[in-house]
Design a protein around this ligand. Structure first.
Ligand code: HGY
Ligand code: MN
Ligand code: MN
Length: 426
C-alpha cells in the first residue's frame, strides 16, 4: 500500500514538473507594452488609479485576458475579474493577481509583474491543456496605490467615507470607480464570503534589496506590514514676511518642519523595523513674501504590529503638542487610511516554498515592508505571496527593475503553487 502511495506521489510530482514554463520574452514584451500607458520621461510610468493612462492600461490587460480565454467582468468596485472553469465548479476558486495602477512617477514592475504573471499562468495552462479541479480567477485590483481600495471592497471593508477622498487623479474614489465601470452604490456585491476562495496568491517584486543582495530567486512572504496614513493640518497665521519680526510669527511651515524631524525621531527612538514618512506637504498661501499660515502634510507609519504603529503615533502626538505650545501653531490629525498588518497562511507559505524547491529556485522566508492587496484578502481567504528580486532594491521609482528571467521564475513558482493547492483539500 505504502509503495503504491509513494509511486502515486512520485507520478503526481512528475506531472507537476511537466508543467509548461513561463516565457521570459513574452513577460518582458508585455511589461514593455503595459509601460507605454502613462510612460514618464525617466522610463517608468505615472499611471495613477482612475487616470486616462489607467483606463488604457486596463483595456490592454482586459484584451490579454480575453485572448487567453478568460471570462472577464468588472465587479462593482471596478476590479477586473477573469474566470476560468475548473473540472468541479462547485469548489471554491483559486484566485491570483495584483494591480496595474502606479504611484505618481512610478515604475514598470510594481503590480504589473503579478498582473501579467497571473495572465501568463493562464496562457501556460492553455498551452499545456491543463484544466484544474478548482475554478480559477485572475483578479486585477483597482486603486491599490490609493489605499488598497479594490481589495477592501472584496474583503467587505471598504468604508463609504473613503469614497469621497480625492485620489491622485483629481477624482474622488467614488467618481473613479464609476469611471472604471463599477457601481459605488452596489459595493457590497463585490464582497466575497469567507470560504468562497480556496486560496489567494500574489506574485510581486520585493521592492527591497534582500533577494537581490543575497542572490536569491524567490521570497516566500510571511506577513505584510500595516499602514496608517494621517492628514496633518497645521494652522498658524499668514503675515507679511518683511514686517513681522522673527519672534512674532506663527509660521505653520516652520512648525511643520519641526514636526517632520520629530516624526523621524519618534520612529527611530524605538528598536524595531517600524518606519515613518512624510511624503507630501503643501503650504499656503505659497508666496516668497508671505509667512505660511497653513500647511497640510501626509504622515505614514508602517509596521508588522499595529500596536507599534500606534506607539509611534502617540509619540508624534506628544511632540506635536510641545511644538504647538512653543510656536502658536495648532496641529490636527485625521486618519485617512488604515491597512491592518496581515500574516499569510502557513500552509500556503509552505506550498510556495515546496514549489520553489521543486523548481530548484533558491528562496527565503521574509516579511513585506510594502503594502499589498493580499493583506485584505487575508481576511477572507488563506493567502500567500511570492517575491522576485528588485534590482538594487529600488521601487516606487522609474528605476524599478527586475530581469525577464526573474519574472519567468516567479510565474513558474506561482503556477506550480497553484497546481499544488489545486490538489490540496486545504
Ligand atoms: O505603498 C505600498 O506599500 C504599496 O506599494 N502600495
Ligand atoms: Mn506600490
Ligand atoms: Mn504593488
Amino acid at each position: 500500500m505504502k509503495t503504491i502511495l509513494i509511486a502515486l506521489l512520485a507520478l503526481l510530482s512528475c506531472d507537476l514538473m511537466a508543467q509548461p514554463h513561463a516565457s521570459a520574452s513574452r513577460m518582458e514584451e508585455r511589461i514593455k507594452k503595459l509601460g507605454t500607458f502613462g510612460a514618464n520621461p525617466e522610463g517608468g510610468v505615472s499611471r495613477v488609479a482612475f487616470s486616462e493612462a489607467d483606463l488604457q492600461g486596463r483595456a490592454y490587460v482586459i484584451s490579454l485576458m480575453k485572448n487567453a480565454g478568460l471570462e472577464v467582468s468588472i465587479d462593482a468596485a471596478g476590479n477586473i475579474i477573469g474566470q476560468r472553469k475548473g473540472k468541479n465548479n462547485n469548489l471554491p476558486v483559486i484566485a491570483f493577481g495584483s494591480h496595474i495602477d502606479s504611484v505618481p512617477n512610478g515604475g514598470n514592475y510594481d503590480g504589473d509583474v503579478g498582473s501579467l504573471g497571473a495572465i501568463e499562468c493562464i496562457e501556460l495552462l492553455n498551452e499545456g491543456k491543463i484544466q484544474t479541479n478548482h475554478p480559477l480567477e485572475v483578479i486585477i485590483f483597482e486603486d491599490e496605490e490609493g489605499g488598497l481600495t479594490g481589495s477592501e471592497a472584496i474583503a467587505g471593508i471598504l468604508g463609504s467615507n473613503k469614497l469621497d477622498l480625492l485620489s491622485h487623479s483629481g477624482k474622488t474614489i467614488r467618481q473613479g470607480i464609476q469611471l472604471l465601470g463599477g457601481d459605488p452604490e452596489r459595493l457590497s456585491s463585490a464582497a466575497r464570503k469567507k470560504g468562497s476562495i480556496h486560496a489567494f496568491l500574489e506574485l510581486h517584486i520585493e521592492q527591497g534589496g534582500i533577494l537581490f543582495q543575497e542572490g536569491l530567486q524567490i521570497g516566500v512572504v510571511e506577513g505584510i506590514v500595516g499602514i496608517n496614513q494621517w492628514r496633518v493640518t497645521a494652522e498658524g497665521k499668514a503675515n507679511h514676511a518683511g514686517t513681522t519680526p522673527m519672534n512674532q510669527r506663527q509660521d505653520a511651515l516652520l512648525a511643520s518642519s519641526k514636526l517632520v524631524v520629530a516624526i523621524n525621531e519618534a520612529a527611530t527612538s524605538i528598536q524595531g523595523r517600524q518606519v515613518a514618512t512624510v511624503g507630501k506637504i503643501a503650504a499656503w498661501p505659497g508666496a516668497p513674501n508671505v509667512i505660511p499660515g497653513k500647511t497640510e502634510f501626509m504622515l505614514e507609519i508602517r509596521d508588522l504590529s499595529h500596536d507599534r504603529i500606534m506607539e509611534v503615533f502617540s509619540k508624534v502626538r506628544l511632540r506635536a503638542e510641545e511644538i504647538s505650545k512653543s510656536s502658536g501653531v495648532s496641529f490636527r490629525f485625521e486618519l485617512l487610511n488604515e491597512n491592518l498588518p496581515a500574516l499569510t497562511d502557513k500552509y500556503v507559505q509552505q506550498t510556495i516554498a515546496d514549489a520553489a524547491k521543486e523548481l530548484n529556485y533558491s528562496q527565503k522566508f521574509m516579511p513585506s515592508g510594502a503594502g499589498h492587496d493580499t493583506q485584505d484578502m487575508a481576511r477572507i481567504a488563506p493567502t500567500g505571496m511570492l517575491f522576485i528580486p528588485s534590482k538594487d532594491g529600488i521601487s516606487h521609482s522609474p528605476y524599478e527593475y527586475s530581469t525577464a528571467e526573474d519574472m519567468a521564475r516567479g510565474v513558474d513558482a506561482l503556477l506550480h503553487s497553484i497546481l499544488k493547492l489545486d490538489l490540496s483539500g486545504k
